[in-house]
Design a protein around this ligand. Structure first.
Ligand code: HEM
Length: 205
């Protein structure tokens, strides 16, 4: 049961989280429809979808430390959905880039890669997210067993690649990058501390 409530209410909470993460896309569609995206709509769309990709990814990363440190075990129920949203927004971010900036032209893509190498780092992150999304089902979890856990640890490498992607593109203010970096650092430090304590206690046993 989620939050100590019955399964029907738990499904309701699941639906609320689902709609809350879908809402930014509806908002973007509305802004596109009303042409309210400023002087450079292509750039705005790419940036907006990238922002929701990172927010979803970071939310999925925060589930484990919150479960371990604050016993928020109920959060685990949302992790798969939030992780899939990270993949969904990353793919939309990539598609928006390919459509509105590159125009699906190979020569422009090559030019973008050479002028903005951080795009290659972002592409690596999307590629690595793919096997995680494909194996996110309960069935795959059961089939892969320990290998599933090892595979899904890739999320830490992906988050570092995303961080490099974001920091590398900064031209003016580092404000967003510092917030993303701080939130990621807490997750990574918690993980290192947890591993260290676990290895010490298994040495003692
Ligand atoms: C093939 C994959 C990717 C491509 C081609 C790509 C491309 C881009 C480009 C061109 C921008 C700059 C937009 C601007 O001009 O301001 C950008 C921004 C951004 N990207 Fe990506 N990206 C990719 C993957 C990712 C992934 C996987 C994430 C996160 C999960 C991500 C998160 C972001 C964020 C947060 C920004 C905005 C940074 C800011 O200015 O605040 N990107 N991306």
């Amino acid at each position: 049961m989620v939050l100590g409530i019955n399964p029907a209410k738990s499904r309701l909470v699941w639906c609320i989280v689902f709609l809350a993460l879908l809402f930014p896309l509806l908002l973007l569609s509305y802004d596109i429809y009303l042409q309210q995206l400023g002087a450079d709509p292509a750039k705005e769309i790419v940036k907006y979808l990238g922002t929701w990709a990172i927010i979803s990814l970071w939310l999925s990363l925060w589930v484990t430390p919150l479960r371990r440190r604050l016993s928020f075990t109920w959060l685990v129920r949302f992790r798969r959905m939030v992780g899939l949203y990270a993949f969904f927004y990353s793919v939309l971010h990539l598609l928006a880039f390919a459509t509105f900036i590159v125009g699906w032209r190979f020569e422009i893509l090559i030019q973008e890669f050479s002028e903005r190498p951080y795009i290659l780092v972002g592409a690596a992150a999307v590629l690595l997210l793919m096997p995680l999304a494909l194996t996110s089902t309960k069935k795959m979890q059961r089939r892969l067993k320990k290998r599933w856990i090892q595979l899904h640890k890739l999320v830490y490498l992906i988050s570092i690649l995303v961080m490099v992607h974001v920091v590398w593109m900064v031209r003016a203010s580092y404000e967003d990058a510092i917030i993303y970096g701080g939130l990621l650092a807490v997750v990574l430090i918690e993980r290192v501390v947890f591993r260290y304590k676990k290895s010490k206690s298994s040495q003692k046993a």
